[in-house]
Ligand binder design. Structure first.
Ligand SMILES: Cc1cc2nc3c(=O)[nH]c(=O)nc-3n(C[C@H](O)[C@H](O)[C@H](O)COP(=O)(O)OP(=O)(O)OC[C@H]3O[C@@H](n4cnc5c(N)ncnc54)[C@H](O)[C@@H]3O)c2cc1C
Length: 380
């Protein structure tokens, strides 16, 4: 087992880290306040091959795999989780990668890896989140088109994307509820697609989140992901097995960023005439943050490495995602506490980290959903 990264991966980390420091840091606070998606920064990152870096070179990506993508995600999230979500400019494409036709891969993966398009993954509905198979958006075949009607909720990039991979019911009469759905690619400029940006999120406010309505939206049947209807639920599960690892990398990055800021602050801030770093309680907090970051990082790299080697371990993925969310929330909380009252003011980044961290226990599977997956699979 080799824990040493290749020179290529080390360079990738440096490039991503420098990019985040230079491009995110100066504007992260403003974008958070204004709830503004940084499209120009997304474009720049695409130009450097940092968006869709996991996409194989034959489809225009950098071909650094999911481990490479995790490293970029980690470095981005270390500076600002909201802005780091420009990396989710390929969200949804993971399903095309695993289950799409060759033609779909050439067309859609190339567009996002070249910075020509932003994608989204539209699964959640107002009445169906954790219960993915409860999605009711309907796609009815009409000649060589599908006609789509329904609503999606909380869709990342919903208001800025060019296309979305959408979970729809195509086979309502299937005996098993897991065989009723298909994934269909819906271009967002098609008549009847209405995106409404959601305002007032607790955190990741530079990331775009929208509610989507489909009103008699027509797409060609060739937009069905893969070749067979009724596979959508299984394709979605395979998709989540990939994207959960990337979300876990967000957790490591945020936690490391909180630790960086805490270390810097406790060395500078004085109380009772000495730096607060000299107090044992402070040291205990710093050490505990570092322990959790390191343990989580190892889980993330192992999960990503498995994925790159086509070994899917849903228990490991769920453990990783659960632990990453816990670590991020834990570290952001300690970082605020170590900043005292200043940690509560939005001038200090740790306040934003604290608000941002919570999403990591909610999206891409709530922490309870991860626990269920782990237990169910262990107890079969
Ligand atoms: C900012 C943001 C971005 C998002 N981006 C996307 C996106 O890009 N695409 C997308 O499709 N979705 C997205 N989501 C949706 C997100 O994945 C869902 O909100 C999440 O899966 C939970 O679904 P829900 O909100 O319907 O909660 P529910 O499923 O209603 O859950 C409510 C509570 O009940 C618990 N619960 C549910 N079922 C069980 C059970 N069987 N046993 C025990 N507890 C249970 C949950 O854990 C939770 O605590 C996003 C959400 C947010 C907030």
């Amino acid at each position: 087992m080799d824990f040493e990264f290749s020179d290529e991966m080390k360079m990738l980390r440096e490039t991503a880290g420098d990019f985040a420091k230079n491009e995110f840091e100066p504007i992260a606070q403003d974008l958070d306040r204004e709830e503004k998606y940084p499209k120009d920064v997304w474009k720049k990152a695409s130009g450097l091959g940092l968006i869709g870096a996991w996409i194989p070179e034959e489809y225009g990506g950098s071909g650094v795999g999911f481990l490479g993508n995790a490293i970029i995600t980690e470095e981005f999230s270390r500076v600002d989780l909201g802005m780091s979500l420009i990396i989710a400019g390929t969200f949804g494409c993971e399903a095309i990668y695993w289950a799409g036709t060759e033609e779909q891969k050439k067309r859609y993966l190339s567009q996002v890896s070249q910075g020509e398009a932003i994608s989204a993954g539209a699964f959640t509905e107002p009445d169906a989140g954790t219960d993915v198979a409860g999605a009711r958006t309907r796609a009815v075949k009409d000649g060589d088109e599908y006609v789509i009607n329904g609503n999606k909720m909380f869709i990342t990039n919903g208001d800025v994307c060019d296309f979305m991979v959408t979970l729809c019911v195509t086979n309502p009469d299937a005996e098993k509820r897991y065989k009723k759905h298909s994934l269909i690619i819906v271009e967002s400029d098609r008549p009847g697609v209405i995106a409404t940006k959601i305002h007032g999120k607790m955190g990741i406010r530079a990331s775009d989140t929208a509610e989507i309505s489909f009103e008699d939206v027509r797409v060609p049947v060739s937009n069905l992901v893969g070749e067979t209807e009724g596979q959508g639920f299984y394709q979605a599960m395979q998709f989540f097995d990939t994207t959960r690892i990337m979300v876990s990398a967000q957790g490591v990055g945020l936690a490391q960023g909180a630790l960086d800021k805490a270390i810097q602050y406790v060395k500078e801030r004085k109380a009772f005439g000495v730096p607060i770093a000299s107090f044992q309680i402070t040291q205990q907090k710093i050490a505990e943050m570092a322990m959790r970051v390191e343990a989580t990082r190892n889980l993330v790299y192992k999960s990503a490495w498995y994925l790159d080697n086509h070994k899917v371990d849903p228990i490991l993925n769920s453990i990783t995602k659960y632990y990453a969310g816990e670590t991020a929330v834990f570290c952001a909380n300690y970082a605020v506490e170590l900043h005292g009252g200043y940690g509560y003011i939005d001038e200090y980044d740790v306040q934003r980290f604290y608000r941002d961290a919570k999403i990591l226990q909610l999206y891409e599977g709530t922490k309870e959903a991860e626990v269920l997956t782990i237990a169910r699979r262990l107890l079969v």
